[in-house]
Structures are given as C-alpha cells and as structure tokens.
Design a protein around this ligand. Structure first.
Ligand SMILES: [Fe+2]
Ligand SMILES: [Fe+2]
Length: 181
C-alpha cells in the first residue's frame, strides 16, 4: 500500500469536518446555533483527530524519513510544519473565543466565527497541497523500502489500529457533518 492511500483517506475525513465547520461558523455568526456540545466535539476533533492522530503520523513517520532521504524536500517539509503550527494556534484561538461565547458574550460570536473559518481554510489549502505532494512521493520519490518503513512506523504509532482509529474518528466527524450541512 502506498503512503498516500492512508494519509489521503485521513484527508477525506478532515475535509468532511471542514464542511461542517463552515456551516457551524455561519450559525455562530447568525446567532442560531450550533450547540455548545457540538462545538466542543468539533474542537476535540481538531485536537485528537486532525492534530494528534493525523499530523502526528506525518510528523513522526513521514516527514523525518522524507527529509532524511531527500535533502531537496527539506523546505517543503518545513512549510508543512509551519502550517501545522498555524492550525494549532487557530484551534487555540477558537477555544479562547468559544469560552467567551459560551458564557453569553455575544461580541465574541464574530471572532469565534472568523477563527472557525480560518481553521476551515487552513484544512482546505493544507490538505490539497499535501495530496499533490503525496502523489509525487508515491510516484517517483520514495523507494518501495522507504514506503514500507513509513507505513510500519505509522502502524507502530497506532499500535496496529490505524484503520480502526480512522473509522472511529470518521463516525464522529460524520455525526457532526450530518447535523451541520
Ligand atoms: Fe499536514
Ligand atoms: Fe495531512
């Protein structure tokens, strides 16, 4: 199996979250939702799924191996790391604004909506650019031994439950996406 298969599958789920976030941001702005529990769930998915699970696979298993074997990819990898950090900061800002909004501070609504949209935009551009890069990695850059090493690393990091964990996150994302569409 190519590395792009696993990571692109994640991206598909991440982009379903993006779509739900856009609807949630619009509701925050209009003052007609979403529920606090659903926003909490969206924030947990940003942390547990997008960052710890998905970015974790890239940062622990993919980026170090690619950089180590292919000097010319260092700049690209650095760019992706900067974007991951941007995503973390945007998620922290969402949390901050959410705390105020949840206490009934209506002035926080606009800022909360904007940071949710910023996060959705981050997801969109970041996953699209990575998808193109994964094709380059699979198509010509990575040798089959390197592919195997990355996949084994991912499997070890998830204790052999890569697919199961993605399925678990996907069902949580789909539960949100079916409410916010
Ligand atoms: Fe990434
Ligand atoms: Fe990614």
């Amino acid at each position: 199996m190519a590395i792009s298969h696993d990571l692109k599958m994640d991206h598909k789920v991440v982009r379903r979250l993006e779509a739900a976030l856009r609807v949630m941001a619009d509701m925050v702005r209009k003052g007609n939702g979403p529920t606090g529990a659903d926003l909490e769930e969206a924030m947990m998915l940003m942390t547990d799924f997008v960052d710890i699970y998905h970015h974790g696979k890239e940062e622990t298993c993919l980026f170090p191996l690619v950089e180590g074997a292919h000097e010319d990819q260092k700049k690209t990898v650095h760019g992706f790391l900067v974007e991951h950090e941007f995503g973390r900061r945007a998620a922290r800002m969402i949390r901050q604004k959410y705390e105020r909004w949840a206490k009934g501070d209506l002035e926080a609504a606009e800022a909360l909506a904007r940071f949710i949209l910023t996060y959705a935009d981050f997801i969109k551009t970041h996953t699209e650019i990575e998808d193109v890069w994964f094709d380059v990695l699979d198509g010509r850059l990575l040798k089959s031994g390197e592919q195997r090493e990355i996949l084994e690393c991912i499997s070890r990091a998830e204790r052999g439950e890569v697919e199961e964990r993605r399925a678990e996150f996907a069902s949580r994302v789909d539960a949100l996406a079916s409410k916010y569409k």
